[in-house]
Design a protein around this ligand. Structure first.
Ligand SMILES: Cc1cc2nc3c(=O)[nH]c(=O)nc-3n(C[C@H](O)[C@H](O)[C@H](O)COP(=O)(O)O)c2cc1C
Length: 61
């Protein structure tokens, strides 16, 4: 099983959460900041976890 955590963060809270979550998942779990990686092939993964912060009721684009 391969897992990926794809996240977006404004001030770093979601990034810290993604890294904390990774520590509970298999060692090869990849945390990816969408701002740094424009192209991710999610077909390569069995599980895709999405994370982002909410501002004024809206999740980040
Ligand atoms: C101006 C402002 C508006 C926010 N609006 C919401 C909101 O509508 N709903 C919510 O659940 N959290 C809201 N939050 C909390 C953020 O989503 C939360 O602090 C998040 O962990 C920030 O993550 P980031 O630093 O990765 O962007 C808001 C925070 C700020 C500063």
């Amino acid at each position: 099983m391969k897992e990926i955590i794809i996240y977006s963060t404004k001030y770093g809270s979601v990034e810290r959460s993604a890294k904390m979550l990774k520590s509970y998942l298999p060692e090869d779990t990849v945390p990816v900041n969408v701002k740094n990686e424009k192209e991710v092939n999610i077909e390569d993964f069995d599980t895709v976890i999405l994370g982002g912060s909410v501002y004024m009721g809206k999740i980040q684009k």
